[in-house]
Design a protein. Structure first.
Length: 76
């Protein structure tokens, strides 16, 4: 009986990480497909975080939880 319980625990310990890997891989894959198809439902999808940039210079990269630092450029 103890052996069966240990096999059950081993199965859970192997299947849970495998399922999590598949879930996030599949979520990323479907998100890429939806972006490529310009899916309007992404705007209201609660599982997607949208950051709107109204005015930013060309080449600006949005980084979550970043500290804003204004640094002089070498041309100044």
């Amino acid at each position: 009986m103890l052996g069966l319980f240990l096999w059950f625990i081993a199965c859970v310990c192997l299947c849970l990480p495998a399922w999590l890997l598949y879930y996030y891989w599949n979520k990323s894959r479907t998100l890429n497909q939806r972006l490529a198809q310009c899916d309007d439902a992404l705007l209201t999808d609660p599982s997607v975080k949208i950051t709107q940039i109204v005015s930013a210079p060309v080449g600006t990269i949005v980084t979550e939880n970043a500290t804003l630092v204004i640094a002089p450029t070498s041309g100044d």
